[in-house]
Structure formats: C-alpha cells, structure tokens
Design a protein around this ligand. Structure first.
Ligand SMILES: Cc1ncc(COP(=O)(O)O)c(C=O)c1O
Length: 397
C-alpha cells in the first residue's frame, strides 16, 4: 500500500457539525430512544404534486440526456421571470443566469471563479458553514465579520472597514439568515451595498430563504437596490421554497463575466444539472404558488410554538428576531458547557437534536440552532423537553 498524503487544505475542513449530531441522534434512536430532530435544515413537506408530475412527464418523454451546461433554456427563462417578479430586476436568461446543482454548488463554483490564493472575502459570523469552507477550498481566506449588536444580523461595517485589505474581493450577505432566521431591513441592505460599492467589493447574496418570510420582515435583495445589479451575484435555490432539497436545483444570477467563469467550473465538476429535475423546476417557478404560501403559513405556526417554548425555558433567549427561514438561534445560560457539550447533553438526556452554535463560527458559541422544519407536534414536544431540560440544568447550575 502506498503512503497516502491528502491535500493540506482538507485538514482545514472540519467534519459537518450537523452530520455529527445527526449521527449521534441516529445511534440513540437505534438504542430505542425517541429523538426530536431540530438539527436539520430540510423542509419536511413533500414536493408539491404538479412539480413531480412535470418531472415524471419529462422522464416519460425521454428527457434523460445531458442538459446544456448553463441549464435548459426554459428554466433559465423561468428563473429570469421569477427574479423580475419578486425582486424587480431584469436578467438576461442567455448570459446572466445559469442553473446549478442547488444553492450549495452555486456558491462553490462562484467562489472558485472569483477567489484565488490570498484573496479575502468578508463573511457573516455566525454564518452558514459552507461560506467558510468554500472560500478555504478556493485557496482564499474568510474574514469573519460580527453583527452590529446582539439583536441584529447587519454586518458591523466599522469592523468590516478595519478588516479590509487590498486582497478583499467580496462580502457575503445571507438574508433571511442561517442560523438566526434574521432578515436585514431594506436600510441595512442599502448601507451594506453602499459600503461594498465604496470599497469595490462584489456582493455575494445567498438568497436560499428569500421566499420564507414572516410578518414584520422588510426583505430586500441587494440586487434590487438602485444601481447595484452589476455589483451583486445571487446564489439562489429551489430547495427550501418548494421543498425540493433532493432535486438539487439552484441558480446563479449576475454579471455575464461571472456567470461565464462559473459555467467553466461547473463544466469540470458536474457538467450539467439533471435534465428532468430541471423540467420539474420549470413547473415549480411557473406553476401555482399557493403551495409556497401554505408551507410558509405552517412554518409560521411552528415558529410561534418554538418562540413560546423559548420564552418559557429558564436560561434561554432569542436575541435576533427570526423573521425568515425556519431557524431560531437560541442563546443559553448554562455555565460551564460549550455549545457542543450542551447539544450532546441535550440529545442524550432530553432526546432533542440541535446544532451547536459553534458550528456557525466563533461568535456562534453560547448558542444553539433550532430548526422548525418539523411537524407541529414535534415542535411542541421538542420544546416541552427543552423547557424541562433547562429547568433542571439552570436550577442546578
Ligand atoms: C444559507 C444557505 N445557503 C445555501 C444552502 C444550500 O441549499 P441547497 O444546496 O439545497 O440549495 C443552504 C442549505 O441549508 C443554506 O442554509
């Protein structure tokens, strides 16, 4: 056997904190324990039937071959129509949009196209883990940017300014935000865009949850800000909006130079996105949208149950108002336990799986991410268990 030597950059990538806790939960389940799964960001709904029908039809009609690398023309057009309708921004489906294998690939290939060794990108902290790992894998450096204050997900632009270097190329915005569910106000988006423009930074806008919004949110895409279209690349996905996580359909929208470069990376990784999944995605975007409203109404009910539970649980609070996505980022006061140890104890003792906040960056320590992409009854039972767990540990702490 040869002596194996892996690439150095791999040693910088940590094992996924979500997978770690899921695997622990699965072991406990195998031992007969009932676990409430608050760890996964996977909507629990079935994909709406008209979307499945369109994919079945495409399969029956022989849509089984490679698709164009940039995506089938109907889907690029449907994405352009949707962006115009929801964000008021006009994109050319022929040159400014490409179809990707989910939002994750959109982010990855875009960063591969943009970032080289030594380049830097400003990233929200706490923030979605793959922002950090995709930058590392591109040879660049992620610069974590804190929020302005505990209640906000707006980047602290004074700190961002201090951390700029001549290698800083982009700033990542993610609203609605994973892991907090926070949504940037339109003023905060405008301020961030101004900062990006002044400092010649591309705005990478991860809009995975752009259609999952609750009363009180003031959502705005940075691409919709006057004069910003050419400074923004949108990483979008159908995964969350239409409960299509397994279909792997997402997109990039932005300047043709960026899209052209990202297509070259895409051609060398997956070549093209599954053709019949793209046919389903066309039906998702062009078909009836009441399925989205129904899912968001159900998330809103679950969110109430989660927030009521947090308010009742001693030592738990939720500083950022969760106005979008299906997450809350709960702060805990249980001395002596870091978030990994806390989530291990919570799943072992109470049978509730959550993601430790440290999995989202240094500033996530002291928090737990609760996903309410679970049935209402599970949300209620999970919160009861958390209230009991906190009552025990806060009193005895
Ligand atoms: C912020 C954010 N961006 C992108 C994604 C990727 O989603 P997908 O690859 O399923 O489209 C996720 C998934 O959880 C996410 O939370």
């Amino acid at each position: 056997m040869i002596e194996l030597s892996l690439a150095d950059r791999i040693s910088e990538i940590k094992y996924s904190p979500i997978r770690r806790i899921s695997e622990k939960a699965a072991r406990l389940e195998a031992d007969g324990k009932r676990i409430i799964h608050f760890e996964s960001g996977r909507p629990d709904f079935d994909t709406p039937p008209h979307i499945k029908e369109a994919a079945y039809r495409a399969l029956k009609e022989g849509m089984v071959h490679y698709a164009p690398s940039s995506g089938i023309p109907e889907l690029r057009e449907a994405i352009a129509e949707s962006l115009l309708q929801h964000k008021g921004v006009k994109y050319d489906p022929g040159s400014e949009i490409m179809v990707t294998s989910g939002g994750q690939e959109a982010l990855f290939i875009m960063l591969q196209a943009l970032i080289g060794p030594g380049d830097e990108v400003l990233v929200p902290d706490p923030g979605y883990g793959p922002f950090y790992t995709s930058i590392t894998l591109a040879g660049g450096t992620a610069i974590p940017i804190p929020f302005r204050n505990e209640k906000s997900i707006a980047p602290d632009l004074d700190e961002a300014k201090r951390l700029l270097s001549e290698r800083t190329k982009a700033i990542i915005i993610n609203s609605p935000h994973n892991p907090t569910g926070g949504v940037l106000s339109s003023k905060e988006v405008e301020e961030t865009c101004e900062f990006a423009k002044e400092n010649n930074l591309l705005v990478v806008s991860d809009e995975a949850y752009d259609r999952i919004l609750y009363a009180g949110s003031d959502y705005l895409s940075p691409a919709s800000v006057q004069g910003m279209k050419s400074h923004v690349v949108i990483c979008g996905t159908l995964s969350k909006t239409y409960s299509m996580t397994g279909w792997r359909v997402g997109y990039l929208a932005g300047r043709k130079e960026v899209i052209g470069a990202a297509i070259k990376v895409h051609q060398n990784v997956i070549l093209s996105v599954c053709s019949f999944a793209q046919a389903g995605a066309v039906a998702a975007l062009r078909g009836p949208q009441d399925c989205v409203d129904t899912m968001v109404e159900e998330y809103a009910r679950r969110r109430e149950v989660i927030l009521t539970g947090i308010a009742r649980a001693p030592g738990l609070s939720c500083p950022v108002a969760p106005l979008g996505a299906f997450y809350v980022f709960a702060k805990y006061q249980t001395p002596g336990l870091n978030s990994e140890a806390f989530s291990d104890l919570l799943v072992e003792e109470a049978g509730v799986a959550v993601v430790p906040g440290s999995g989202f960056g240094i500033r996530g320590e002291g928090f737990l991410r609760i996903s309410y992409a679970r049935a209402l009854e599970d949300c209620a039972e999970g919160m009861e268990r958390i209230v009991r767990f906190m009552s025990k540990h806060v009193e005895t702490a």
